[in-house]
Design a protein around this ligand. Structure first.
Ligand code: MG
Length: 383
């Protein structure tokens, strides 16, 4: 059993222009969520009783959108420097002087509860705490592209955030900080004011998104889960001259009857993807009572499901469709169907399977009353 965390508040600094990472990195999506949302959510879920997000002036609407649905946060306008922004956040926060405040960079989205716990617990015998990692690589000073003096790495640490202090401690330390001198971080400010700042174990996943390539690395660090969904659909045969199956039109002496184009293969597959996401079924998204879907080409249903998956930072891994009918013969069209699905889903061909079977003249498919389709989809979602 771990002890409950002390009450704490937080300031999340998202006021930078982030020019090295391509500008406005706090709004970019990581695993389907804005970068800013990751740490705000982590701090709120860890129990922050008050939280101020410091954003550039004029970015209120963007922040509201990025944090939609989360409660317990407020915004403050950033200043010209990081220190000004933090001061603005602390002022907006207020609260009891002895209450711990975590000051965190929004550019470090992958914040976990253990790090929050470690910095808070360290305040029991120090005036400040910051997560830090020992330097593993050799350090070299460079001079115009040539190696200059080596730097001894012994005793060196890479500082991260959130950094924790009691409200009165960090406020007083900033008040004592020399005007005109740039402060690297709050730990430096408190230490200069005579406070003891404890180094606690950091987390490599708390990497700071600085350069454009950092996004790909952070994306790879997000915990993900594999999920499976299945779908089933059936439509009745009726008079006609062609049938749509898996997005391919096949000449046939009958057609499938339905509100849309009755492509049972695409309908089963759409349901499989929605099912893997726990996102309802095709009828929820495209009600058959809605006249706008009359005769609709079913590829748009499928693309809609995939777009919803992408919006959640998910990826489709593979799909497998089985068509169940006596006629028409599916085999001659299987390759075209796979290619069509691969194109719609942006998947490699070997991740798209279309199979066909009969039911040996048994049941409604066997008697030629209708065609059925089954589908399975595997997806990968941020956990
Ligand atoms: Mg259907």
């Amino acid at each position: 059993m771990t002890s409950p965390l002390p009450a704490f508040a937080a300031v999340v600094v998202a006021a930078g222009s982030g020019s090295r990472a391509g500008g406005g990195k706090q709004w970019r999506l990581l695993g389907g969520r804005p970068v800013l949302r990751w740490s705000v959510q982590a701090l709120l879920e860890a129990g922050a009783e008050d939280l101020v997000v410091v954003i550039p002036a004029g970015a209120e609407a963007g922040a509201g959108e990025a944090l939609a649905g989360l409660t317990g946060w407020r915004i403050a306008a950033g200043g010209a420097t990081r220190a000004d922004s933090v001061r603005s956040g602390l002022e907006a926060l207020g609260g009891p002087p002895a209450r711990p405040v975590l000051i965190h960079d929004a550019a470090r989205p992958l914040l976990t509860p253990p790090v929050i716990r470690r910095v808070l617990e360290a305040l029991s015998d120090a005036e400040g705490a910051l997560p830090a990692l020992p330097v593993a690589d050799s350090l070299r000073r460079g001079d115009d592209g040539l190696m200059a003096d080596p730097v001894e790495r012994e005793g060196l640490w890479r500082a991260q955030t959130p950094q924790a202090f009691r409200h009165a401690t960090i406020t007083a330390a900033y008040a004592a900080w020399p005007a005109g001198e740039a402060a690297t971080d709050e730990a430096t400010v408190v230490q200069r004011a005579g406070g003891r700042v404890r180094l606690v174990d950091g987390d490599p996943r708390l990497m700071k998104l600085t350069f454009p390539e950092d996004f790909a690395m952070a994306e790879a660090l997000i915990p993900r889960q594999t999920r499976v969904g299945q779908g089933f659909d059936a439509h009745r045969w009726g008079p006609g001259s062609s049938v749509w199956l898996c997005g391919v039109e096949i000449a046939h002496d009958q057609t499938l009857i339905g509100h849309s184009d009755a492509d049972a293969g695409l309908h089963a597959l759409t349901d499989a993807i929605l099912g893997a996401m726990g996102d309802g079924d095709i009828g929820d998204h495209f009600p058959p009572t809605d006249p706008q879907w009359k005769g609709a080409s079913s590829d748009r249903f499928l693309v809609h499901a995939v777009e919803r998956l992408h919006a959640r930072g998910g990826r489709l891994v593979n799909v497998d469709v089985t068509l169940i009918c006596e006629r028409p013969k599916v085999k001659p069209h299987r390759q075209a169907m796979r290619e069509r699905l691969a194109g719609l889903l942006s998947l490699p061909l070997d991740a798209v399977s279309v199979k066909a079977t009969t039911t040996e003249a048994m049941g409604f498919t066997g008697r030629g009353e209708g065609l059925a389709a089954q589908a399975v989809a595997t997806i990968d979602l941020p956990a």
